[in-house]
Design a protein around this ligand. Structure first.
Ligand SMILES: NC(=O)c1ccc[n+]([C@@H]2O[C@H](COP(=O)([O-])OP(=O)(O)OC[C@H]3O[C@@H](n4cnc5c(N)ncnc54)[C@H](OP(=O)(O)O)[C@@H]3O)[C@@H](O)[C@H]2O)c1
Length: 363
C-alpha cells in the first residue's frame, strides 16, 4: 500500500456518503487521492471533501484503478455486485451494506469490540455492521467483556435517516403536511382522530409502511420467517458474530420514530453472574467510544436531539433489573449516520491503512 493510500468512497452522494465526506474532512488526513463514486445519475456533480471540490465518477471497473481502499456506502445489491470487482482490482473493501456481513469469510468489525478480526479477510472485504447493532454494541461489548453476556432483549426507536435520503425527505414532507395547511384536503388537527394523520399525509409514505410524522411504526426492513423483520434478524445475527457468541439469546423489536437522525434503544442485558449498577456505570463511563449520561434527578439522559452529530454511544437510565440481579436495563442513543455507519467505516479504513504503515515502518 502507498504511504498515502488512494481511497474510493462509493456512494458519496448518499446519506451515509455525505457524512463520510464530513468525517474525512475532520479526521487526520492520511489519504492521497480521495475518489468519489456514485451512480451514473450523479456523475459530474462536485462534492466538497478536505476543503476541495471533487468531481463524482460513475461506478465502473476503471474507477477502481489504483485504489488501495474502497468504502462502499451503497444499497446491498450494488455492493454485492461491485465490492468483488474492487477487490479483484487490488483494493481492500470496507462495506457498509448488508451484502457480506454474515459471510463467514468476511470479518464484521467494530474497532472498540473486536479489532483483531479486521486482519483476517480472505475476500479482501471487511464489513461494517448495521446501524441499529452499531448503536448499542460498543456499550454492550464493554459490559460483556467484564460480566459475560447471556441474553439481550432490545427495542429500537429508529430515525428516518436509517432509510437513507429518501427516508429523511419523506419525513420532512410529512411533517409539513401535518403541520401546515397544504394542497391536500384540510385536516383540522391531525393526531386527534383515527386515520387523520394518514389523510393529511396521503400516499406519500416513501420507504415507510405507514405515516411516520406524529406516529411510530413498528416495522423496519423486509418480512422474514415467523413475522420477524430483516432489521430484527440483523441485530440478532450481527451481535452474535461481533461478540463471538453464536448461541447468544437475542430478542429484538425494531420501531421507526419521527426523528431525523440518531437511533435509540432500550436494552435488557442479562449476564452470567450478579451485577452491580456501580460497576456497570464505571465500565460505561470508562469504555472508549461510550459516554455515561445518567442523572435522571437532574433531567440528564441521552435523547436523539442532543446526541445527533456526535461520535460516541451515549448511555443513560442504567438500572439493575428489579427481578433479576444478573441483568441491567439501559437506554442508549447513537448517531446512525456517524458511529452507526460512516464513522465505523472510516475507523476500519484507517485501521487497514495503518497496517501498510506498520509494515513499512516495521512496528
Ligand atoms: N442510513 C443509515 O443509517 C445506514 C447505516 C448503516 C449502513 N447503511 C447502509 O449504507 C448503504 C447506503 O445507505 P444510505 O442510507 O446512504 O443510502 P442512500 O442515501 O439511499 O444513498 C445511496 C447511495 O448509493 C448510490 N447508488 C445507488 N444505486 C447505485 C448504483 N446502481 N451504482 C452506483 N451507486 C449507486 C447513490 O448514488 P446516487 O446519488 O447517484 O443515486 C447514493 O450515493 C446501504 O447499504 C445502507 O443499508 C445505512
Amino acid at each position: 500500500m502507498k504511504p498515502r493510500p488512494t481511497l474510493a468512497v462509493v456512494g458519496a452522494t448518499g446519506a451515509v456518503g455525505q457524512v463520510m465526506l464530513q468525517i474525512l474532512s475532520q479526521h487526520a488526513d492520511i489519504w492521497g487521492e480521495i475518489r468519489l463514486i456514485a451512480s451514473p445519475r450523479s456523475a459530474g456533480r462536485k462534492l466538497a471533501v478536505r476543503g476541495e471540490e471533487v468531481e463524482v465518477l460513475a461506478l465502473t471497473e476503471d474507477a477502481f484503478e489504483g485504489v488501495d481502499i474502497a468504502m462502499f456506502d451503497v444499497p446491498d445489491e450494488v455492493a454485492a455486485d461491485w465490492a468483488p470487482v474492487a477487490a479483484a482490482k487490488g483494493a481492500v473493501v470496507v462495506d457498509n451494506s448488508a451484502a457480506f456481513r454474515m459471510d463467514p469469510d468476511v470479518p464484521l468489525v467494530v474497532p472498540e469490540v473486536n479489532p483483531h478480526a479486521v486482519r483476517s479477510r480472505p475476500k479482501s472485504i471487511v464489513a461494517s455492521p448495521n446501524c441499529t447493532t452499531l448503536s448499542m454494541i460498543v456499550a454492550v461489548g464493554a459490559l460483556h467483556a467484564e460480566f459475560g453476556l447471556r441474553e439481550l432483549i432490545v427495542s429500537s426507536y429508529q430515525a428516518a435517516s436509517g432509510a437513507g435520503r429518501d427516508g429523511v425527505d419523506t419525513l420532512r414532507r410529512q411533517l409539513t403536511a401535518v403541520t401546515a395547511p397544504g394542497p391536500r384536503p384540510a385536516v383540522a388537527e391531525p393526531g386527534t382522530g383515527p386515520g387523520d394523520v394518514r389523510r393529511a399525509v396521503g400516499d406519500d409514505l416513501g420507504p415507510f409502511p405507514g405515516p411516520l410524522a406524529l406516529n411510530v411504526v413498528p416495522w423496519v426492513g423486509e418480512l422474514r420467517e415467523d413475522g420477524w423483520s430483516s432489521e430484527e434478524m440483523k441485530v440478532r445475527d450481527e451481535s452474535r458474530k461481533i461478540l463471538g457468541l453464536p448461541g447468544l439469546r437475542v430478542a429484538v423489536t425494531c420501531v421507526r420514530v419521527p426523528v431525523i437522525t440518531t437511533h435509540s434503544l432500550t436494552v435488557h442485558a442479562r449476564f452470567e453472574h450478579e451485577v452491580t449498577v456501580e460497576r456497570a456505570r464505571e465500565i460505561i463511563a470508562t469504555a472508549p467510544g461510550v459516554v455515561l449520561f445518567d442523572d435522571p434527578a437532574a433531567g440528564e439522559f441521552p435523547t436523539p436531539a442532543d446526541v445527533v452529530g456526535t461520535d460516541p454511544t451515549w448511555v443513560g437510565r442504567v438500572r439493575r433489573t428489579l427481578d433479576d440481579p444478573a441483568a441491567l436495563e439501559l437506554f442508549v442513543c447513537g448517531d446512525n449516520l456517524r458511529k452507526g455507519a460512516a464513522l465505523n467505516t472510516a475507523q476500519l479504513a484507517e485501521m487497514v491503512a495503518s497496517e501498510g504503515r506498520e509494515e513499512r515502518e516495521g512496528w
